[in-house]
Each structure stands twice: as C-alpha cells, then as structure tokens.
Ligand binder design. Structure first.
Ligand code: EPS
Length: 386
C-alpha cells in the first residue's frame, strides 16, 4: 500500500492532527522520534510570543500498540495550548458564547485575500487559521515517523540555514553527516559561527524596524540507496515530488536541487558528476552537482535541496490594504507573529524530504510487515554494488 498522509487542524483551534496510512506493521517508535523534531521546529531566533505558549508534544491516538505500528492508520495529535487563552469563542466549533467580529483587512503576501475571494467569505479568520504555518507542526510529527522508517535503512536527514536576508554562507558545500552535530546549538541553525551572529543581528534589526526577514535553508539526506523514484513519468520523478513537497511549505517561493540554478550557467563538462567504480564503494562520484538525483531517481549520493522562504507577511507596521467590508484603503490586519521563521522552516524541510523518501521507499519495496520490507531491501541492496 502506498504511504499517504493528511493533516488537519487550525492554528488557534483545539488541536492539530496528522493521519498516516500505509506504514508497515511492526515499525518501532518511541515518543522522542516525534517530540524531538517538534521541539526543534519551535526553536530559532526571531520567533514570536506564540512559541512561549506552545510546548508541542505528540499524543498518538491510533495505529500504535506497545510502541509498534500495527498497519492501521496512525493518528498523531498536537494540542494547541493557545486555544483556551483567547480563541475558544473565535474558533469555537459550535455557536460561540459571544459574538465574534470578522477580520476584514487582508495582509499582502498572506493567503487572506485570495482565500476569502475563493470561498466567497467576508471574514479572513477561516482562511488565515488554516493557511498558518502552525499546521507544519503536524507535518513535522508525520516526518518524525518517516525518519524512523528511513533510519532503519541507513538514511539520515539534516538541515541548516544558509541565508537570512542579506547574510549568507556559500551554498552547496561538501557537507557530511558529522558536520551537523552542533547545528541546533546555533540560534539560527547555521553551521558558521560568524554568520550565525550576523544572521541574529539582522533579525534583531528587522524586529526593531517592525519588519520581517526570509532566507534560504538547505536539507540533505545522507545514506540514500540508489534507485528510489522513477524516470518513466513526469509525476513519478523524485525531483518533481521533492519540489512539490518543499513548495507546499508555507512561504516557500523557490527550490533548487544540487547546484540548481547555477547549472544553467555551466557547460556540460563542468555540470555533471563523473562516474567511478571500485570494489569497496561500488559506483560513486567525486562531485554532487546533481544533488543526488539523476533522471528523477536517487543515484546514491546525498540528496541536497535548498529552499527560499519569503519574509513573514504579518508586519507589525502593516502594509497598505483594503477593508473588504467597505473597500476603503486601510492598513493590513496586524496580529502577533514571528520576525523570522527560516530556522524552523529548515526543520519542516527535513520532514517533507523524509515523507517523500519514505513514500518512494515503500513504493519500491512494499510489504505489509516490516520484516517483508527488510527482506526486499536486503535483496535489492545485494545487487547494487555490481
Ligand atoms: C503564523 C503566525 C504566528 C506564528 C505561527 C504561524 O502565530 P500566532 O498568530 O498565533 O502568533 O507563531 O506559527 C506557529 C504558531 C507555529 O507553531 O509555528 C502564521 O500566520 O503563519
């Protein structure tokens, strides 16, 4: 069965949920597989007051028995601790106890206006609640499960921030798993100490100026077996599926794989990764401009994905907008928000890459029980070197 997942929940509703179906039975999980990533997603210099309110922890509601999946849909719940603080009426699932004023001032850059037009509404609340990046907590929870599955077959996923506003480190460096040991200790999840300090400074300045900042993060998957994905149809190509998964993260506007846009500048002789073979390593490359993907398939080198995040669209000094009730010019809606969430987005990127790779793994090897999957993977890996 294919692995599918879906999230549900609003930012200030009672809870967020993820349901995953198609996981093999017998996969061992511990709470930390999910909770550590949930906590990592809440970190990062530049986050707003909401992160002091929430302490995201998963509560598993189905699909797990005695720490092992049982083949049925896995339901993950993350409560919104802010719901009782101010949203019980605003987000009441039934008639509210007191009347709730509509929000009528769409923020440029947010889903507010397009969503309101699409749903023929006069209140932005139902749109902004689901468009909010709070939803990504549920994806990160599902990603924690996908990571546990991938880890069993030697794949580890890491991320780091390579740009905040104008401050950046070189993109596409030759990084190894060990290089990421201390990345979460950086307040902006950047591997370079000087750049971390400079990124922190620009976020602080943006905050003082009532502004927000975006940036670029890179996600890498190490220990990926060759042959996941497919060259046979456009929608089966793994590059395309990764692109969709990353562009589906709130505020992501650009995605590159490997050398990405730089490949458009290079001649073929400098753009591709030459092929070598020796008895110890089997097939291997000395470069990885392809970001681990050729012809829509993994080829065994690390997968390297970069994504660009636009600045947060809720500004404490709001941009020009129009009141949708009166059509009068007004400043956009202003609500508590973050100044910069790129470090958190990098953790979300890890989850998205894990989910795409877990889907590709299960498509290739199938199996209802984890032992069947183990056997199929082992049989295949025995063929890969030669
Ligand atoms: C968000 C606005 C802020 C962020 C939120 C995403 O929330 P609030 O309006 O409650 O202050 O903090 O992110 C999260 C809550 C989260 O868990 O990441 C938005 O509008 O997208």
């Amino acid at each position: 069965m294919a692995l599918i997942y879906r999230t549900a929940g609003e930012s200030h509703g009672p809870a967020l949920f993820a349901i995953m179906e198609g996981l093999p039975a017998g996969l061992e999980l511990v709470p930390a597989d999910i909770d550590i990533d949930l906590a990592r997603r809440q970190l990062g210099y530049g986050r707003g007051g909401r992160m002091k309110i929430e302490t995201d922890r998963v509560s598993v509601k189905s699909g797990l028995r005695h720490g092992r999946t049982i083949g049925s849909p896995l339901t993950l719940e993350i409560p919104n601790l802010d719901f009782p603080n101010w949203a019980e009426d605003r987000m009441a699932v039934w008639e509210p106890g007191a009347p709730v004023e509509p929000i009528t001032l769409p923020r440029p850059g947010h889903a507010d206006l397009a969503g309101m037009i699409k749903y023929e509404g006069q209140d932005l609340r139902p749109i902004l609640e689901r468009a909010s990046a709070r939803e990504t907590a549920a994806r990160v929870a599902a990603g924690g499960v996908a990571k546990a599955l991938l880890r069993r077959y030697g794949t580890e996923i890491r991320s780091h921030v390579v740009r905040i506003g104008a401050v950046h480190v070189p993109y596409g460096q030759d990084l190894h798993l060990e290089d990421f040991a201390g990345v979460d200790a950086s307040p902006v999840r950047c591997l370079d100490t000087d750049a971390s300090a400079a990124m922190r400074d620009v976020i602080q300045t943006a905050g003082k100026n009532h502004d927000t900042l975006g940036g670029v993060f890179e996600v890498l998957a190490f220990g990926v077996m060759p042959g996941l994905g497919s060259h046979v149809s456009g929608d089966a190509r793994l590059d395309g599926r990764i692109g969709q998964a990353f562009l589906g993260i709130q505020a992501i506007k650009g995605v590159e794989i490997g050398a990405g846009f730089q490949l458009g500048e290079l001649p073929g002789s400098q753009a591709h990764d030459e092929i070598f073979w020796d008895p110890e390593q089997g097939y291997h490359r000395h470069t990885n401009r392809s970001g681990g993907l050729e012809g829509g398939m993994t080829h065994g080198a690390p997968i390297v994905v970069r994504a660009a995040m636009k600045p947060i669209s809720t500004l404490s000094r709001p941009l020009a907008s129009v009141d949708v009730a009166t059509k009068e010019p007004r400043a956009a809606f202003k609500e508590r928000s973050d100044i910069c969430a790129v470090p958190a987005a990098a953790v979300i990127g890890e989850a998205m890459l894990a989910l795409v790779l877990a889907q590709a793994l299960l498509e290739k090897f199938g199996g209802d029980a984890i032992g069947q999957l183990d056997d199929s993977v082992a049989r295949y890996l025995a063929t890969v070197r030669d």
